[in-house]
Structure formats: structure tokens, C-alpha cells
Design a binder for this molecule. Structure first.
Ligand SMILES: Nc1ncnc2c1ncn2[C@@H]1O[C@H](COP(=O)(O)OP(=O)(O)OP(=O)(O)O)[C@@H](O)[C@H]1O
Ligand SMILES: [Mg+2]
Length: 373
């Protein structure tokens, strides 16, 4: 629909006589002029305020250059603010609200997750560890003070993809009613070149504001892979971001309301600096589910399924070595087999077909990895 139609619809009239049509066209011109003017406005530059000297300021541009600039009339700023500056003169024209959350929010996932312990199958030992290290210090700091011990600052969850690491982190955040800040380390590294270290600092500051809070650093290996060669500039940048992370972890009080959980499926390549005492000194391996674990996971995903004469034991026999994510996929796939067969209930054979299909896909991927890897 064109602009003209839109304007017509908007005022809901029929322009059937000449003078009304005239008015309508005039309005249209005014509207379009305003639109054109909008395009003429140059975009504003987002910068950091480094120093304020009387009524001028030193700002840092995203490219790292510093400028000594004027502050626009009536704009109140302080050092550390994120502000908008006019492109040509770099005069500061506006202070961004909640400058802290501004760039941090754009790649962070901040939420109050809603995953209960009953959504997690098996993993009893891992749940117990997380409860001790994350939940207890948040809920009963007095216990630790009385005993005179400091709880570990961070937990590192490691294990194969799809074993439930992210799920566990969300469940612990739910049970402590904590805000959950999720950082995907590989994104931090790829998307925010040159900004990584500053973002890490902001994230921790944000976490303190939103406490009680759990910072979840997923794929921490992207930041913390032990490296031989730090000569390349990209690598140096990752290194700087990583150093900032360690500084933040070292700097905060382990009895505060901020806890850190990191996850990786590449434990083998982690820089030992991450694992030093006082950092991620509690390592929790998230293992493949046992038979009992698989039973629980199947039960979780079958809860709402319409089943007919199911033989769960057969499925458990056939799924040795499968992850929680695999089992979830099998349940969905079994449903599809029933749909294709025009049935409203799902049978054991649907699950078996799903297992065969998944197995086939996994072998196929392994073969590909063999050819290309
Ligand atoms: N033990 C489990 N109980 C119930 N569901 C599970 C379990 N393990 C995994 N799942 C399901 O499998 C999916 C993937 O799990 P999750 O994202 O937690 O894996 P992950 O270990 O974080 O994997 P990755 O290393 O790839 O990030 C989720 O939808 C989750 O619900
Ligand atoms: Mg995950």
C-alpha cells in the first residue's frame, strides 16, 4: 500500500470533491517533506565520556580516537556516560539513558528463567554440586561466615554437547530466583572486536546491579583456549578480553550476590589459568545419562504425549550413549512417525524408528567428519 492510500485510510474520508482533494494532497506533501528531512539528518556517533573539563569533554569514539569537544546546551553528563555526538563537530547532544545497559543488552540474554528441577532428568550428583556452590551461598551466606570459609566463586560445567549444561544453569537460576545473564563467549569475541574487555567490565557491573544474579558464560573455550601464538591482533584482543574476565572474577567477593557458571564442551583446550584456585575452582562434569537418567528424561518428554502400550525398557536398551538432547529429539521424531501414519497415539515402534533415524543421522555426521575433519 502506498503512502497516499495510507493517508486516505488514516483519516477515513472520501475525497470526492475538489477542495478536499486539494487539502489531502497538501497534507501528503508536508508528510513526505518531513520524511525526506529525516533522511537528511546525519546519524549521531555513540561515544564514551572520558573526562570533563569545565564545559568541554574528552570523548572516545568507537574507533578508539579521543576528541576534545563541546557539550551541547542543557546536556548533563558525567565521566563514564555513553553519549551521542553530532557527527561533524562531535558536539555532545544527548546522554543515553542507562548507558550501562545500552551496549551490553544488545548481545546479552537477561532473563528470569523458568526451568524447574523436575525438568532435568538424572544428573543428581551435578545438581547437588550446583546447589552447594551456587544456591547455598546465595541463600545462607551466614553459614559460610560462621564457619569462616569462602565458597568457590565459579563452577565450570563441562561435557558433551546436549548433555544439559545450559539446562542445569537455568534450573539453578530459577531455584535461586536469580537474574540470569547469559554470555555466549564466541559471540563476544566475534561481534565486539575491540570492545570485549569493556563489555566484560560492564557485564559484571550490570550483574551487581541486578543481584542476586547468575552470570552464565557459555562456550567459555572461545575466550579461554590456551594459546601458543598470541601474535595475531585478533588473538591479542581475545586475550585482553579473557584477562579482563579473570580480573573481574578475582576482584569480586565470593560471598556477594553474584555467582558465575561457565560451560564448555572443550575442556581439553582450556587455559589452566581459568581453573586456578579462586576462579572456576569447582569443576563439574556433566556426563552422558545413565539408564536410570535416560528413563527420567524419557518420562519428562513423554509426560504430555499420547502413548499406546509403550515398552520403555526396549527404548532404554537402544539409547545407551545418547544425550538428553538426543532423547528429546527422539520423542519429537516419534510423534512425526505417528502423524505420517495418521494416528493420534504414539507407539513403541515410532520411538524405535526415531532412534534408527537419529542413529543414521549421527553416523552420517561422523562419516562427514571423517571425510572432511
Ligand atoms: N538431563 C536432561 N534432562 C532433560 N532434558 C535435557 C537433559 N539434557 C539435555 N536436555 C535437553 O536437551 C536440549 C539441549 O540441552 P542443553 O542446551 O542444556 O545442552 P548443553 O549441554 O548446554 O549443550 P551444548 O554443549 O551444545 O551447549 C535442551 O532442550 C534440554 O532440555
Ligand atoms: Mg549449552
Amino acid at each position: 500500500m502506498g503512502v497516499l492510500d495510507k493517508l486516505k485510510l488514516n483519516d477515513g474520508k472520501d475525497y470526492d470533491n475538489f477542495s478536499e482533494e486539494n487539502t489531502f494532497l497538501k497534507n501528503t506533501i508536508t508528510y513526505l517533506r518531513a520524511e525526506v528531512d529525516k533522511f537528511k539528518l546525519a546519524p549521531l556517533v555513540v561515544c564514551d565520556v572520558k573526562r570533563i573539563i569545565e564545559n568541554k569533554a574528552i570523548i572516545k569514539l568507537p574507533n578508539g580516537n579521543h576528541f576534545f569537544v563541546n557539550i551541547g546546551k542543557g546536556v548533563e553528563i558525567k565521566v563514564g556516560d555513553v553519549v551521542l555526538a553530532e557527527q561533524r563537530s562531535l558536539t555532545i547532544v544527548e546522554r543515553l539513558d542507562d548507558s550501562l545497559g545500552y551496549d551490553v543488552d544488545s548481545f546479552l540474554i537477561i532473563e528470569k528463567p523458568n526451568v524447574s528441577w523436575s525438568d532435568v532428568g538424572g544428573l543428581e550428583e551435578q545438581i547437588r554440586e550446583l546447589t552447594e556452590v551456587i544456591e547455598l551461598p546465595l541463600k545462607r551466606p551466614d553459614l559460610f561466615k560462621k564457619l569462616g570459609i569462602e565458597p568457590p566463586k565459579g563452577v565450570l560445567l563441562y561435557g558433551l554437547p546436549g548433555t544439559g549444561k545450559t539446562l542445569l544453569a537455568k534450573a539453578i537460576a530459577t531455584s535461586t530466583n536469580a537474574t540470569f545473564i547469559e554470555i555466549v563467549a564466541s559471540e563476544l569475541v566475534q561481534k565486539y572486536i575491540g570492545e570485549g574487555a569493556r563489555l566484560v567490565r560492564n557485564i559484571f557491573e550490570l550483574a551487581r546491579k541486578k543481584a542476586p544474579c547468575i552470570i552464565f558464560i557459555d562456550e567459555i573455550d572461545a575466550l579461554a583456549a590456551g594459546r601458543i601464538d598470541v601474535g595475531v591482533s585478533g588473538e591479542r584482543e581475545v586475550q585482553r578480553t579473557f584477562m579482563q574476565l579473570l580480573t573481574e572474577i578475582d576482584g569480586f567477593n565470593s560471598l556477594g550476590d553474584v555467582r558465575i557458571i561457565a560451560a564448555t564442551n572443550r575442556f581439553d583446550i582450556l587455559d589452566p589459568a581459568v581453573l586456578r584456585p579462586g576462579r572456576f575452582d569447582r569443576l563439574v562434569e556433566v556426563e552422558l545419562p545413565t539408564k536410570a537418567g535416560r528413563r527420567q528424561i524419557f518420562n519428562i518428554y513423554m509426560k504430555n504425549m499420547n502413548l499406546d502400550g509403550l515398552d520403555l525398557d526396549v527404548l532404554l536398551e537402544r539409547t545407551d550413549g545418547f544425550t538428553g538432547a538426543d532423547i528429546k529429539a527422539i520423542c519429537t521424531e516419534a510423534g512425526y512417525f505417528a502423524i505420517r501414519d495418521n494416528r493420534e497415539f504414539i507407539r513403541t515402534e515410532d520411538f524405535l524408528n526415531a532412534i534408527v533415524k537419529l542413529n543414521y543421522n549421527m553416523e552420517y555426521e561422523d562419516n562427514l567428519a571423517g571425510i572432511y575433519g
